[in-house]
Design a protein around this ligand. Structure first.
Ligand code: HEM
Length: 478
């Protein structure tokens, strides 16, 4: 195998390899440009590791899915582990603990099981409408954040948010701030040289270790608080049928009422990652939806025409309207394709040497599925830079193109929250469009913040009650 060459990539220097040209931001865009030149599988070398970037659905499926037994590990995330995320699904290496966490999370979030979330998704969507009605020009960020947090904490912990001062709203904000400002996941100096974490804070290169330590108490609270609350409510005789509540119940039944340290850690970690992975991704995607509606009023109008034909301006949308609203469904999918919220996904780590299309991929390689690259693949998507929801509709009205699965990753690491994410996005999008016209007096800028989830930078946006009876519809629905 070792006589074969690595996949192609930009020119490298001896010893430092590609360190001189590794982009510090907009990595996914630069990787796309390199893919144009070198092909859909690119190899990069930095001291101590090989990096492979997959830029087509075919390559990502062939490796991450079909060869999942060797491509499903994760690299070491030292900074995030110091912060307290080490025992949570997204950052666990492939192994027994990973399988236990995956089981706890993926079953209740499956396509059918996750329909149990519909009532709370619907309820939170109505809260969103009320907020926009009361503050038509007010901050959309807080409202979207509350929507996304409300869905996740109800499903995960059985908690209902009743005020803007809710502890979970603050914890979700803090958790995003802490992780977004902790450097590229798995790729800071501390991740490359983990022993640096034991050096004093003044020592060069130790910044992110200090940052991570300072946020550890918050992350610990995200693990402990839901578990402790459910346990103390249980002692008062209250039942809790959330994901964490049911896992606690199973553990206590199996142990004749006793807690088991390993299972407690699994349950706390599972709750924490649902919270961390499920809030920011959804609220960031909804922010992009608002921005795209400002930039594409024709698409906004088309969706509203479709909605008006079904609802006739007489009621608010519900999940049973989904099949009657194909354009709205396509619009949601096009938002996910046009600028994938987690464009580089999370890195996978290869467990054994491998050969793909005659190219050698060494054991230990860090493998990225570049969703941005997949979304711009001209062999799959016609005119890929164009925002065009019809591409997903069947002919002759549409182009019959496939949804961008890459937006949710691949194989055994594929996002387990996909169904909840898609239904949350759908109900929020259709509810907003049913009642409001999304408008702005200032042309919005197309700029994204840096972080694991890409979020458009703040822009002006107002919500006009386009039916002039939104208030009435919302009240009728209560
Ligand atoms: C628009 C919303 C979302 C997007 C774009 C998204 C995207 C992703 C991506 C790209 C990954 C990495 C997959 C890989 O490594 O191949 C991931 C992992 C994950 N996501 Fe999501 N996600 C979203 C919403 C959610 C929600 C709502 C939840 C839970 C309620 C969730 C829970 C998770 C978890 C637990 C993982 C780690 C899986 C593992 O490592 O095995 N996500 N997500």
């Amino acid at each position: 195998k070792k006589t074969l060459s690595f996949p192609p990539g930009p020119p490298a220097y001896p010893i430092i390899g590609h360190l001189h040209c590794m982009p510090s931001r907009d990595q996914e865009e630069i990787f796309c440009q390199w893919a144009q030149k070198y092909g859909d599988v690119i190899h990069l070398r930095v001291p101590g590791r090989s990096i492979v970037v997959l830029n087509s659905d075919k390559a990502a499926t062939d490796l991450l899915e079909k060869r999942g037994s060797i491509y499903s590990c994760r690299p070491q995330f030292t900074v995030l582990s110091i912060m307290g995320w080490g025992q949570t699904l997204a950052f666990l290496p492939y192994g027994k603990r990973f399988l236990r966490h995956r089981k706890i999370i993926s079953q209740p979030l499956g396509r059918h099981e996750s329909t149990r979330c519909h009532p709370s998704q619907l309820k939170e969507a109505r809260v969103l409408l009320r907020t926009f009605m009361q503050k038509p020009g007010g901050g959309y960020e807080a409202a979207l954040h509350r929507f996304a947090t409300g869905v996740v904490v109800h499903m995960s912990f059985g908690h209902k948010i009743t005020s803007d001062n809710d502890l979970y709203l603050r914890l979700a904000r803090d958790s995003t701030f802490a992780t977004d400002n902790s450097g590229t996941p798995g790729n800071t100096v501390i991740d490359l040289l983990p022993t640096l974490q034991y050096f004093p804070d003044w020592f060069p290169g130790t910044y992110y270790a200090g940052w991570a330590r300072s946020w550890n108490p918050t992350v610990k609270k995200i693990h402990d608080h839901p578990y402790e609350t459910i346990m103390s409510e249980r002692a008062e005789g209250k039942s809790n049928i959330s994901i964490v509540g049911r896992e606690i119940e199973k553990m206590l039944q199996d142990g004749n009422g006793a807690e088991d340290a390993e299972r407690v850690s699994d349950i706390k970690g599972s709750g924490a990652i649902l919270f961390a992975a499920g809030v920011d991704s959804v609220s960031a995607t909804l922010t992009l939806f608002l921005l795209l509606m400002l930039l594409h009023p024709d698409c906004q109008r088309k969706a509203q025409e479709e909605i008006d034909l079904v609802l006739k301006g007489e009621r608010l949308p519900n999940f049973y309207d989904r099949t009657a609203l194909p354009y709205v469904g396509a619009l949601v999918q096009e938002i996910l394709r046009w600028h994938p919220t987690v464009p580089l996904g999370l890195p996978h780590r290869l467990l054994e040497d491998d050969v793909y299309r005659g190219m050698f991929i060494p054991k230990g390689s860090i493998v990225f599925a570049n969703a941005r690259g997949v979304s711009l693949d001209e062999n799959v998507y016609h005119d890929p830079h164009r925002f065009h929801p019809e591409r997903f509709l069947p002919g002759p009205a549409g182009l019959g193109e496939p949804f961008l699965n890459a937006a949710f990753g691949y194989g055994r690491r594929e996002c387990p929250g996909r169904h909840v994410a898609e239904t949350s996005l759908w109900i929020a999008v259709v509810s907003i469009l049913a009642v409001f016209s999304i408008e702005s007096t200032v042309p919005p800028k197309m700029e994204f913040s840096v972080g694991l989830a890409h979020r458009p930078v703040q822009f002006e946006c107002t919500f006009r009650d386009r039916l002039r009876r939104g208030q009435e519809l919302i009240l009728d629905d209560e």
